[in-house]
Design a protein around this ligand. Structure first.
Ligand code: PHE
Length: 336
């Protein structure tokens, strides 16, 4: 029996582990309910009285060796853990937040302004048919004004194309809804144009349409003036006669930017005026195409390029900056 104790003691001394579970197994094997040391204690009764003293001391020492070993190993593990543990007092790394693209920022601002006077956003497809992009907008086949917007065709006969303006959404909305209506259609448009500092073949437009009884040109002018005041803080506008097949009369809107700085001189070419959008009264022919009676209803429409407004607001001189997605440029819009 004494030999057995010696053997167990050796085992205890040799035992090494960094593993919590292994240490626990070790504990159970030796001093658990059925552990070998526990068993020895049970056998203690059978030991002859004269040997009891020596025997008792030995198993006690063995038991102590086991508990001491366990304590030691556990301490080692936790010491090591503390070393490896992340230092919670260190300041964290700030999480980098992205920024909205300036085109999105400006688009959202424009939507907010028109929402406040009752416009709602309408959506339509980027791949369009001829009817919605041209014919219904009073641009029948062979109409020379089709050349105003060079088109990317996807299929011929019947034509499938990339929309050249978001006016196509007007048609879709009017086909499916009854007046009164006040909609805004923001979205991507495509034109087969050479890319330069002023133009790009993909860009964004936002267009408005208002149809009701007795809508007049004065309503149009007032609406646009409200918009320029809200967006630019500038309320002086002028309307120059222009031509769009889907509006009659049509106008180009200039906002008085002022001549307070060198930049103002440069961007307004010394005039103080900046062109911001096209607009007009919806042509009765367009209303007829979507089964709205032009005798009963009238309306106005306007449309602008969002990139152009972005460039004005942030004084950018090259439209291509808005498509390169250079992080150094985008980062500057973080707080906006
Ligand atoms: N669709 C025109 C364009 O792309 C803009 C416009 C919209 C003009 C509505 C008048 C009315 O140039």
């Amino acid at each position: 029996m004494l030999e057995k104790i010696e053997e167990l003691l050796r085992e205890v001394q040799q035992f090494q582990s960094q593993n919590k579970e292994e240490i626990e197994k070790f504990r159970i094997a030796f001093i658990g309910k059925k552990g070998s040391v526990t068993e020895l204690f049970e056998k203690f009764k059978e030991v002859p009285n004269d040997q009891k003293k020596e025997f008792g001391q030995k198993i006690n020492a063995l038991k102590q060796a086991v508990t001491h070993k366990i304590e030691e190993l556990k301490k080692e593990i936790s010491d090591e853990k503390i070393e490896k543990k992340i230092d919670l007092t260190r300041p964290g790394f700030p999480q980098e937040l992205g920024s909205r693209h300036p085109v999105n920022i400006v688009k959202n601002r424009i939507i907010e302004i028109f929402k406040s006077i009752g416009f709602v956003v309408a959506d339509g497809p980027e791949v369009e048919d001829d009817w919605h992009n041209f014919t219904a907008l009073n641009l029948p086949e062979y109409h020379p004004a089709r050349d105003m917007q060079d088109t990317f065709f996807i299929e011929k006969d019947p034509d499938v194309l990339l929309r050249t303006h978001t006016s196509s959404v007007q048609i879709r909305y009017m086909e499916n809804n009854k007046p009164p209506m006040r909609i805004l259609s923001p979205g991507r448009v495509f034109r087969n144009e050479a890319i330069s500092s002023r133009s790009h073949c993909i860009f964004h437009q936002i267009e408005g349409l208002y149809i009701d009884k007795e809508v007049s040109f004065a309503d149009l002018k007032q609406t646009i003036q409200y918009f320029t005041t809200q967006l630019f803080g500038k309320s002086q506008i002028r309307m120059r006669p222009s031509y769009f097949p889907f509006t009659e009369p049509s106008a180009e809107v200039d906002v008085y930017w002022g001549l307070n700085s060198e930049t103002d001189y440069r961007i307004t070419k010394g005039t103080g005026w900046l062109e911001i959008m096209g607009c007009g009264m919806v042509d009765p022919a367009v209303l007829k195409n979507v089964n709205i009676d032009p005798e009963e209803y009238s309306g106005f429409a306007f449309g602008m390029g969002i990139e152009r407004i972005v460039m004005l607001l942030y004084q950018m001189s090259d439209i291509r900056m808005l498509f390169e997605n250079d992080i150094r440029m985008l980062e500057q819009f973080k707080q906006l």
